[in-house]
Design a protein around this ligand. Structure first.
Ligand code: HEC
Ligand code: CU
Length: 268
């Protein structure tokens, strides 16, 4: 594989093309990340139904990464995470069809997105972009690099998850996703189901804890807008997050991953 060489010659070309580009046009480049030919032999650690884009996704990790995080160790150098995107099969109404377990049914293969971590990677990125030692790359269904992919967007969207080494699905990788036990309704509880907050409007006393429980296979998140914004962690299936608002008022919120999901909290 001569990815290294092509990256090097691309860099040389960049220099020849002139220094005009150089100073602040730091472009994210995934040239180091090759197609993970063996991904199907890695650990399938999660599947995700994405209602918003009508996709069924499979998430694979190299076994050493799974072993490390399950022991509470950091994600090791050499880790490759592969997210395979499939079109969800649709029913007659154009909605995703469901299997016996209520999960999406795999349709056509659409794309692969890959993140790879290696010691020493990432140093060329400015701090507002850098995702530790991770690099990102996108591949088409033909396993070739998708030249049109906006790799900077990968860094930007994963950046807020710095606290979990930029891996949004870390809880699934760790196997700490519970999938059960969580309360589904009651005072101060908002259930997230089928990409909806329920109840959509809730009231709470000042300082009262409000619990959001995700029952969807897709991750969600709670972002309160307005003068005092707050962002919860991303919650996966079976996980919950709590927040409390001390000042009376009406607070509108959305899901940071799916901004069409809306709800509001009245504190009185
Ligand atoms: C709009 C935000 C967003 C962008 C842009 C984005 N991702 Fe992600 N990524 C997510 C979310 C959310 C997940 C969790 C799984 C899911 O919902 O599919 C995820 C999961 C992943 C995973 C599985 C490991 C993990 O972090 O959970 C990989 C690999 C990945 N993304 C690669 C990429 C690559 C490569 C790009 C750029 C081509 C990219 N992502 C761009 C939001 C984003
Ligand atoms: Cu959401």
């Amino acid at each position: 594989m001569d990815l290294k060489r092509s990256a090097a010659s691309a860099a040389a070309l960049g220099v020849l093309a002139g220094l005009a580009l150089a100073s602040h046009a730091v472009k994210a480049g995934g040239g180091e990340v090759g197609f993970p030919d063996n991904y199907a032999n890695d650990t399938l650690y999660a599947t995700v139904d994405r209602y918003d884009v009508k996709q069924y996704r499979e998430l694979y990790a190299t076994p050493a990464a799974v072993e490390a995080v399950r022991k509470g160790q950091p994600i090791p150098s050499g880790t490759v995470l592969t997210l395979v995107q499939y079109r969800a099969q649709l029913d007659a109404q154009g909605n995703p069809a469901k299997d016996a377990n209520g999960r999406f049914v795999k349709g056509d293969l659409l794309a692969y997105t890959v993140m790879e971590k290696r010691t020493g990677w990432g140093t060329e990125y400015p701090p507002d972009i850098r995702n530790g030692e991770w690099e990102y790359q996108a591949f088409g269904p033909d396993k070739k690099v998708n030249e049109k992919a906006n790799l900077t967007a990968c860094f930007q969207c994963h950046k807020p998850h710095e606290g979990q080494d930029f891996v949004i699905s870390l809880a699934s990788l760790k196997g700490t996703e519970t999938g059960a036990a969580a309360p589904k309704s009651g005072p101060g509880i908002v259930s997230i189901t089928n990409f909806l907050f329920g109840p959509e409007k809730i009231s709470a006393a000042p300082g009262q804890e409000i619990t959001f429980v995700n029952t969807d296979a897709s991750p969600h998140q709670v972002t309160i807008r307005g003068p005092k914004p707050q962002r919860s962690a991303v919650i996966l299936k079976g996980q919950s997050t709590t927040l409390a608002l001390s000042e009376p008022g009406t607070y509108d919120y959305i899901c940071g991953l799916h901004p069409q999901m809306k709800g509001s909290i009245e504190v009185k």
